[in-house]
Design a protein around this ligand. Sequence first.
Ligand SMILES: *Cc1c(COP(=O)(O)O)cnc(C)c1O
Length: 395
Amino acid sequence: MIYADNAATTKMSKRAIEAMLPYFSEGYGNPSSLHSAGQRAAEALVSARKRIASCLNALPREITFTSGGSEADNQALLSAARLGAKQGKRHIVSTAFEHHAVLHSLKRLEEEGFSVTLLPVPENGILSAQAVEEAIRPNTCLVSVMYANNEIGTIQPIAEIGAICKRKGVLFHTDAVQAVGHLPIDVEAQHIDLLSLSAHKFHGPKGVGALYARKGIPLMPLIEGGAQERGKRAGTENIPAIVGMAAALEETCAGMEERSARLKVLRDRLIDGLREIPHSILNGDREKRLPSNVHFCFEGIEGESLLLLLDDRGICASSGSACTSGSLDPSHVLLAIGRPHEIAHGSLRLSLSEETTEEEVDFIVQSVKEVVAYLRGISPVWRDLANGKKQFILS
Ligand SMILES: *Cc1c(COP(=O)(O)O)cnc(C)c1O
């Protein structure tokens, strides 16, 4: 099997699995218990928090553990909005191509009376910091812009946006779920107030993530109960998962530069190969994209059929977002960068990992070329395009 869907989830690292194992067996104590078994778990929690904070250049008490990226996004947005409302600020700036965890939280806040500006995204998938600055009003309480887009992989100028927010006294949240392990993160240098991450996107376990919140920013608990996580998230901590996340984060950050350089070579080889397919387009900027991400649209085909036929050849890929697959609506990200519906339906995302090889990349290119040609051969839409009855959109 060739796994090229690392933006949906990743295989766990051996080191992370090994780090977790003791906490399922001898180390099963509850960190809130006073006895030695509990204290051993509590120490693991303290250590994991410290190590995760250090990878982000944050303080341990600025890290709150969550059930993943979605929860961290929800908690960040609802907390910043509640704080804003107390100061009479009820306007939020974000973008049209955020993850649904952000977009749906914003929808909820709109229903509660907040006004939200969703910035349009240019065709290259990269927002300008100036557009963010111009959208900020006197009553803006929060700017939320993702670090790297989960579908098209484009990288946003978050340090610049962070500096603008700092100057204007507005909180800045970034969903860094796709960026972790691929791009440098330093919450001080990049002026980030709130940041979401998720372990299963960087070879850690599923169902665990973290929210960084700069000291002094009160987080609103989404789950009420005990005093765990300083009252910011009730419930017995998932110690094995948290320990696994810390191990995976340290590992991924330590190997980042070398891995990124290697991945970029494979990514570019894949892009060059797929660009040979006529009537296709690379989505997102060619350079300012995750070293792992390749995203194309092919005119005259259905993305779903492409995925199923690639799967028959042992290739796991995605049309873009795991969260919207199964629905017939085209991706909001592709619509945001201006792709027409009929083009957005024929999308393919390939996301690589350190295990991807050059042979795999070449096999993927060959397979996509053959499958696209086959699907076009049996498509009535393609026949109309080829006959000149309809105009091609992509050259
Ligand atoms: C995967 C993803 C999330 C959601 O993370 P979960 O841990 O699966 O809840 C949020 N934002 C982005 C950008 C993602 O890629």
